[in-house]
Design a protein around this ligand. Structure first.
Ligand SMILES: Nc1nc2c(ncn2[C@@H]2O[C@H](COP(=O)(O)OP(=O)(O)O)[C@@H](O)[C@H]2O)c(=O)[nH]1
Ligand SMILES: [Mg+2]
Length: 272
C-alpha cells in the first residue's frame, strides 16, 4: 500500500518501482501506465500522485462506485472461498443494517462445519438478531428454504454459505441449488444480491475465483476483506477493470467496525 510514498522514501529506480508495483498486485498494463507517468513527470511526489490518479480516474470513471443502498425486503447471499472472511463480514453487515435502522436476520447454511455455524450464532447473539441454523451436514438449500419461511418478517435476510473453491464442481452445484431455491421465493423480496468475499491477499488470482463463482452464481457485488494486512491492494484495479461487478465494501480488520463502503477515489488515495 501507498507505493508512491515508498518510491520517494527509498529513492527507487524504475526497475525497483516495477517490482514494487507487481508486489502490490498491479497488473503489467497498469504498471506500464504508471511507469510512463513516472518518467513523464518531473518526479515530484505530489505531481506524480495527481497525474496517476487523474489517469486512473478517467480510465475507470464513476461506474465502479459501490453505491450500496440498504433496503427492507432484501436477501443477501454471501459466498466465497474458505477463510475469505464471509462470516466476519456478516457480523459487520448485521451491524451496518442495524445502523441503517433495518432489522436483519441470518441463515447459517454453512452446514459443512458446525464451528462455522457457531461462529455465526455468536454474531447473531451479540447483535441480538434471529438466526436459523442448519443441522450438521444438512442440505444447505433446505436450510435456506426453511430459513426464508421463518425469517420473512425481518427486513433483511443474510445467508452464510460454506467456503468453497471455485473449481469444486459439487460444491459449486450446491451453491447453484441455493440460488434456485431463492429464485423460487424471489417474489417475497425487493432486492436479492449475491455477494462474494475475496481475501485481498489473493491478489490477481482473485480474478479466477470471481469468474469461477460467476459461472454458477450471478454476482452482484464484491467485498474485499483483509485490506489491512495485504500487500496486493493494487490487484483491485484489475478486478474493477475485468468485471462489470462493483466492489461494494472493504473489510479492514477483525473488529465489527472495520468495514467501509468502497469508493474508487478513496481507494486510489489509499493505494497511491
Ligand atoms: N485482518 C483481517 N482479518 C480478517 C478480516 N476479515 C476476516 N478476518 C479473519 O480471517 C479469518 C477467516 O474469517 P472468516 O470470517 O471465518 O472466513 P470464512 O471462512 O469465509 O467465513 C478469521 O480469523 C477472521 O478474523 C479483515 O478484514 N482483516
Ligand atoms: Mg464462515
Amino acid at each position: 500500500m501507498f507505493f508512491l510514498k515508498k518510491i520517494f522514501k527509498k529513492k527507487l529506480n524504475i526497475e525497483e518501482v516495477e517490482d514494487l508495483l507487481f508486489e502490490s498486485g498491479v497488473e503489467p498494463k497498469f504498471a506500464d501506465m504508471i511507469i510512463t507517468k513516472i518518467k513523464e513527470s518531473g518526479s515530484k511526489e505530489d505531481d506524480l500522485r495527481r497525474l496517476i490518479k487523474s489517469e486512473l480516474l478517467s480510465q475507470f470513471g464513476e461506474k465502479q462506485f459501490g453505491n450500496f443502498k440498504p433496503k427492507a425486503k432484501s436477501l443477501m447471499v454471501i459466498a466465497g472461498n474458505n477463510g475469505s472472511g464471509k462470516t466476519t463480514f456478516i457480523g459487520k453487515f448485521i451491524q451496518y443494517f442495524q445502523q441503517n435502522e433495518l432489522k436483519p436476520a441470518v441463515i447459517a447454511a454453512d452446514t459443512f462445519r458446525a464451528a462455522a455455524m457457531e461462529q455465526l450464532e455468536h454474531f447473531a447473539n451479540r447483535f441480538n438478531v434471529p438466526i436459523v441454523r442448519g443441522a450438521d451436514k444438512e442440505d444447505p438449500s433446505a436450510v435456506v428454504y426453511r430459513g426464508i419461511d421463518q425469517l420473512l418478517e425481518n427486513d433483511v435476510i443474510i445467508v452464510d454459505t460454506s467456503g468453497r473453491q471455485h473449481n469444486n464442481k459439487n460444491l459449486m452445484g450446491e451453491l447453484q441449488k441455493i440460488s434456485n431455491i431463492i429464485n423460487k421465493k424471489s417474489d417475497q423480496f425487493l432486492d436479492i444480491k449475491n455477494l462474494i468475499t475475496i481475501d485481498a491477499n489473493t491478489g490477481l488470482a482473485s480474478k479466477h475465483i470471481i469468474s469461477g463463482f460467476q459461472e454458477y452464481l450471478p454476482l452482484d457485488g464484491i467485498i474485499i476483506n483483509k485490506v489491512d494486512s495485504n500487500s496486493k491492494y493494487g490487484a483491485l484495479l484489475s478486478i474493477l477493470n475485468d468485471f462489470n461487478i462493483p466492489i461494494i465494501f472493504e473489510g479492514y480488520g477483525e473488529d465489527m467496525n472495520d468495514l467501509r463502503e468502497f469508493y474508487f477515489e478513496e481507494y486510489l488515495d489509499r493505494l497511491l
